[in-house]
Design a protein around this ligand. Structure first.
Ligand SMILES: Cc1cc2nc3c(=O)[nH]c(=O)nc-3n(C[C@H](O)[C@H](O)[C@H](O)COP(=O)(O)O)c2cc1C
Length: 328
């Protein structure tokens, strides 16, 4: 993990992936204080809110942490300026290739830029354009997902690019043995989300945490696209009544597209706003029936509420034991 940890400036190369509403000052600071690397989820924030959140996080930790920005955000460049103002050391750009100007603005601020690589060709393209590190995330993950599994992406991408830049593997990791396996394949570290939702320091509503503790892998299912004209990115979440609400939302947006009252970009943005609102309803308000319970397939391995430091210690012990078995 040395390469990944020195890239991040942390003790261990375990990132807590940004999770909207969940990854705020408390979880981010707890993660970095425990030796891992926390990321503020900025998906649903205005520049003013991000400004306040970074300042508040800095009050809770003097360890490095990063900020996750979504490429689609209409105020992306302003959000980058906020990160620059605070001299944030690492920016993760999620949601597609960096839009024009964003890469230069982030790197120009002195921050390291981390992007998601959903395929080998895109990984190579991102490296050529100057990205400092990659996250390879498979469809086992919670939240927005691509079509390919973590194990296949890791096999395709790690041997080809892991020497060029640090690569962090994400999606479906619940135990340290899996971390050991991806490190052995050339990963510099890993990113986990689902495993940290029930951390004691996570502000997620008790109902949200309870739903995680009860669920098993097969409960975390991908959303269904109902209209081929409206290309929505699938979202993995625990099954509940909200899938019908999402179907209704897609119908509404598709009808607006037909009537010509919205363009495709705006239609997709409306879908993203829907998710941000639905996730807030579950994470903050505790409405686990009608809100979105975004969760990855590793949810079955989340069995209790425990401090972040304990989760990291268990993962590291499991990884170390796996390596010891190999040399024995
Ligand atoms: C509740 C929840 C919310 C998430 N929100 C975001 C987000 O806002 N932005 C993002 O880039 N990824 C988001 N993710 C993905 C995580 O950052 C992380 O990459 C993923 O959870 C890793 O896979 P795992 O869930 O199998 O550990 C979210 C995941 C969950 C479970």
């Amino acid at each position: 993990m040395h390469r990944g940890a020195s890239f991040l400036g942390s003790e261990v190369a375990i990132l807590c992936g940004a999770m909207s509403w969940v990854s705020e000052r408390n979880l981010v600071a707890a993660m970095s204080n425990a030796g891992g690397f926390g990321l503020i989820a900025c998906g649903a924030m205005t520049p003013e809110l991000l400004d306040a959140e970074i300042a508040a996080t800095k009050k809770l930790t003097d360890k490095p942490f990063g900020v996750n920005l979504i490429t689609m955000h209409p105020l992306l460049m302003d959000l980058i300026a906020v990160c620059a103002k605070h001299q944030v050391g690492h920016v993760v750009l999620a949601g597609g290739l960096p839009p024009a100007g964003s890469l230069d603005a982030i790197k120009g601020s002195g921050a390291k830029l981390i992007c998601f690589a959903p395929a080998l060709s895109l990984a190579k393209k991102l490296i050529r354009s100057g990205v400092d590190a990659l996250v390879v995330e498979g469809m086992e993950a919670g939240g927005h997902i691509g079509p390919v599994s973590t194990s296949v992406l890791a096999q395709e991408i790690l041997p080809e690019v892991a020497e060029a830049v640090p690569v962090f593997v994400a999606g479906g990791i619940g135990r340290g043995e899996a971390i050991a396996a991806y490190l052995e394949m050339g990963a510099a570290g890993v990113q986990l989300g689902t495993r940290f939702v029930c951390a004691t320091e996570s502000i997620a509503h008790a109902n949200f945490k309870k739903a995680f503790l009860r669920a098993s892998a097969r409960d975390a299912v991908a959303s269904v696209q109902i209209d081929p004209r409206l290309p929505v990115i699938p979202v993995r979440a625990l099954k509940n009544a909200s899938s019908e609400l999402f179907t209704a939302k897609q119908r509404e947006v598709a009808a607006a597209l037909d009537e010509g009252t919205v363009a495709m970009g705006e239609a997709q943005l409306q879908i993203e706003h829907y998710w941000a609102g639905a996730l807030r309803r579950a994470v903050i308000d505790g409405d686990v029936e009608h809100g979105s319970l975004m969760a990855g397939q590793s949810v079955g391995m989340v069995t209790k509420e425990e401090p972040v430091a304990e989760i990291i210690a268990v993962l590291m012990a499991e990884a170390a034991a796996a390596f010891e078995k190999r040399v024995a």
